[in-house]
Design a protein around this ligand. Structure first.
Ligand code: FAD
Length: 316
């Protein structure tokens, strides 16, 4: 019985989080004496598929599909079919994983745990730790079913190179598409917050919406998305889609910059999956420093222009 990992692609390319997921699946496979099968659906070339072998997949099942968007029913059918020979099925705990994993769970009558942040604590019984109450606590969950489905949070497992000879098996996605993407009206060219590798975020300490120029400049020179705390969007300083936290977007970038954000628990609930948190706050006792990996005690008005300058100098 293999460990099956669903590997999402973005316009034919895998992202860092895909390789994290394959590394995680490989670590589980090693623990249970099994191998990793990666399932990929959509237009991805063989060179890209081969990359999955670099992180421990020994087999890649590639289903070509004529459809240009995620079709929950067809994708879940295909994953459930491929999972017939798998004991553990791994998804990313992102929008796609949240759409597919519960459907696969229902089809296979398999126990499903979301918000997983580490390898299972034990395999017999199968116990895994997961984030609960919007990340304010952890729960230990025992899965009793024969098949187990895990959704892994981004940035919770290191990428591990594990070069493995990979065989690619081709097939095609079966069934009639249940939905058709008719038209896409892209309202903005900005980087989507939940996809961003870097986020530059501001809180009430920015004092006024007129002071956001530096945040936008820093974000643009870093190729980052912009975010904010809830009061900032509640006051109409920034659009609601930038609101990060328990009642806003939950993000997991490589780097999260928090400028003038106090670090209330409801904000932290949305950023705890970040790999590195960089905080700038003039109050050295601000709770954000308890979770920050790097901190600067200082005034955002002075620090942001210096950061912009430093990033530009580095790029040049
Ligand atoms: C049910 C519920 C849900 C909530 N959900 C969310 C949520 O999803 N997301 C969220 O963000 N909040 C949420 N909140 C609100 C949350 O409790 C905090 O009130 C909010 O996060 C505080 O925002 P802030 O850090 O921007 O502002 P403040 O708490 O006012 O902090 C401002 C910070 O800026 C610093 N500062 C001031 N001037 C400067 C300067 N010149 N330079 C540097 N630093 C400076 C201050 O020292 C302070 O630490 C929720 C609250 C409730 C009750």
């Amino acid at each position: 019985m293999s460990v099956l990992v669903y590997t999402e692609n973005w316009e034919g390319k895998f992202k860092k989080k895909t390789f994290e997921l394959v590394s995680y699946a490989k670590a589980i496979a090693d623990k249970i004496g099994s191998e990793v099968t990666a399932l990929s659906i959509g237009e991805v070339n063989d060179e890209e598929l081969q990359k999955l072998g670099q992180y421990g997949a020994s087999k890649v099942k590639h289903l070509e599909s004529g459809i240009d968007t995620l079709d929950n029913k067809l994708f879940a059918d295909a994953i459930a079919k491929e999972a017939e020979n798998s004991s553990v099925i791994v998804f990313s705990d992102n929008f796609t994983g949240k759409a597919l994993a519960p459907r696969v769970s229902a089809r296979l009558k398999a126990g499903y745990v979301a918000g997983v942040g580490a390898l299972p604590e034990s395999f017999g019984p199968f116990v895994v730790k997961s984030k609960v109450f919007s990340g304010k606590a952890f729960g230990k969950v025992k899965i009793n079913s024969e098949k187990k489905i895990l959704a892994l949070q981004t940035n919770s497992f290191d990428i591990v190179e594990n070069p493995t000879e990979v065989s690619i098996e081709k097939g095609s996605l079966e069934g009639e598409a249940t939905t058709k993407l008719k038209d896409v009206n892209k309202v903005t060219d900005k980087i989507i917050l939940t996809d961003a590798e870097i986020i530059v975020s501001g809180g009430r300490g920015m004092k006024s919406p007129d002071n956001w120029g530096g945040i936008e400049e820093l974000a643009s020179s870093l190729g980052a998305a912009t975010g904010c705390s809830r009061p900032v969007s509640d006051d109409g300083w920034r659009p609601h889609e930038e609101h990060v936290g328990q009642t806003g977007k939950v993000v997991a970038p490589n780097v999260y910059f928090a400028f003038g954000i106090s670090g209330a628990i409801q904000h932290i609930a949305g950023i705890s999956g970040s790999k590195y948190i960089v905080a700038v706050n003039k109050d050295d006792e601000a709770p954000i420093f308890n979770v920050a990996d790097f901190g600067i005690v200082g005034d955002v008005k002075e620090v942001i222009p210096k950061m912009v300058e430093a990033v530009k100098a580095r790029k040049n």
